[in-house]
Design a protein around this ligand. Structure first.
Ligand code: ASP
Ligand code: MG
Length: 459
């Protein structure tokens, strides 16, 4: 039995959805499919909350947009008129409830995390029901099961929940094993679970990947397949390096690092439960379903030149706090990082020298982080600077920190390309090396590094 995750990126346009369903129909039975909302629907649901709060009059047109997107897709992918009617009926009920929540939001004028999670979970509920009907129309016996009905239990934290794997395991087996054993295909909406007390809690944006991992662990599936419109993990972003190649096998640690900073293939949290139970993840391309894709498993062969992938992330910035004697005075580091993290901002990395503390932040946290640090009492802090036009380069590979000379080769490649490394960002990971370059040097850096470690460089 396997778990397949189908993301919103694949659920875009009637024709694409239709071809994915046809592909599914040929390949599955007695498996679990965890689905995202149709492309763009989660954004629509979330933006709709702000609209509803601002002006009640905006609710009807929002509901119309959500309704017509699903119904137009339903008419295209569900051929059987009775099944189309069945979908329309359940969907209608869901839409009615959703509409009431929006009015509730508008009347109370208050948007709580609980309400935000409840409303944003509807995209997945709708798509799971829609795809279930479409599969039945293709003659594949399928059912849809909501996380709240099959006991996908979370810690109750809104917008960033974590599943209770043990409890969920028991519940899932009780509810799903008989279905799976009878060869029925089970659709489950991703993105959310339910607290002990019955509240809907989402796993954060992109959380369907995590849902799928939880389902895989709970059912001890042989593999978790991510169906995507990309070939798999690549040695570099093909838009930067045309010679980039597919990586056939990665370790959990390599995949997690790649997802954390660079390649937006998987939600980094999805690897966590899978790794704990020693299961496998496969990335499969819907455009080329027979291609091997990438496999993520517990061990991976060390790459000939150690590095598996060079990726980049431009969604970062640096804030530099200057002060004297930073290196010798540990209290200062705690003060600087403390005031940033207290405000809920996540610091990606910190580097200190004798005169400066550099903080690596997410781009969207830069303004807030800068404002907070500017308020530090002057003495002994002298100056706060920010650098926004920077990019983070990640070099990932098992054995990277134990094999001699990898870092040296990396920096001499940069040197030969006459690129200045702005900051070396030490992460706690033994499989990754991070550094920062100016945004204008990004492409040249990635190309120089890829050239050194993949084509032509000394072995
Ligand atoms: N639909 C949710 C989102 O857009 C969850 C997901 O697709 O993973 O974030
Ligand atoms: Mg995603």
């Amino acid at each position: 039995m396997k778990v397949i995750k189908i993301g919103g990126g694949c659920l875009k346009g009637k024709k694409t959805i239709e071809s994915i369903l046809d592909l599914l129909a040929r390949r599955v039975s007695g498996d679990i499919i965890v689905v995202s909302a149709l492309h763009g629907i989660t954004d629509m649901l979330i933006d709709g909350m702000a609209d509803a709060l601002a002006d009640e009059e905006k609710i009807p047109s929002l509901m119309t947009r959500i309704r017509s997107k699903h119904m137009a897709t339903a008419r295209h992918i569900i051929s059987d008129p009775d099944l189309q009617k069945a979908f329309s009926k359940t969907f209608g009920k869901g839409i009615q409830r959703l509409e009431r929540y929006y009015y509730g939001l508008s009347y109370t004028g208050e948007s709580t995390p609980k309400m935000r999670d409840l409303i944003s979970s509807y995209g997945e509920r709708f798509s799971a029901e829609l795809l279930t009907c479409a599969m039945n129309a293709r003659g594949v016996s399928s059912v849809c099961r909501m996380p709240q009905d099959i006991g996908m239990i979370t810690d109750g934290k809104y917008e960033d929940a974590t599943a209770d794997l043990e409890v969920t395991r028991g519940n899932f087996r009780e509810h799903l094993t008989p279905l799976i054993d009878s060869g029925t295909l089970v659709f489950i909406p991703g993105f959310y679970g339910v607290s002990q007390t019955g509240d809907i809690t989402t796993y954060g944006r992109g959380g369907t990947d995590y849902s799928a991992a939880v389902a895989t662990v709970a059912m001890e599936a042989t593999v978790l397949e991510f169906w995507k419109d990309v070939a798999g993990f690549m040695t570099a972003d093909p838009r930067m390096v045309s010679e980039a190649e597919l990586i056939p096998i990665l370790s959990y640690a390599e995949a997690a690092e790649l997802c954390y900073f660079g390649a937006k293939i998987l939600h980094p949290r999805a690897v966590e439960p899978i790794r704990r139970y020693g299961l496998d993840i496969a990335i499969k391309s819907t455009l080329d379903p027979d291609a091997p894709g990438s496999l993520i498993t517990h061990t991976s062969p060390e790459a000939p030149r150690v590095i598996k992938s060079v990726t980049q992330n431009t969604e970062v910035g640096i804030i530099k706090v200057y002060a004297s004697g930073v290196g010798a005075r540990p209290g200062m580091l705690a003060e600087v990082t403390g005031c940033v993290t207290d405000s809920g901002i996540n610091i990606k990395s910190v580097v200190t020298s004798q005169t400066c503390i550099s903080l690596l932040l997410d781009k969207r946290d830069m303004d807030r982080g800068y404002a907070i640090l500017e308020k530090l009492t002057p003495n002994p802090f002298r100056k706060v600077d920010r650098e926004d036009a920077v990019a983070l380069i990640s070099m990932v590979g098992e054995g990277l920190h134990t094999r001699k000379g990898v870092a040296a080769r990396c920096f001499s490649a940069m040197d030969e390309a006459r690129i200045n490394v702005e900051m070396i960002a030490f992460g706690p990971s033994p499989v990754a090396l991070y550094f920062i370059v100016h945004e204008k040097d990004l492409k040249a850096s990635v190309r120089a590094l890829h050239g050194t470690f993949f084509n032509g460089g000394e072995g």
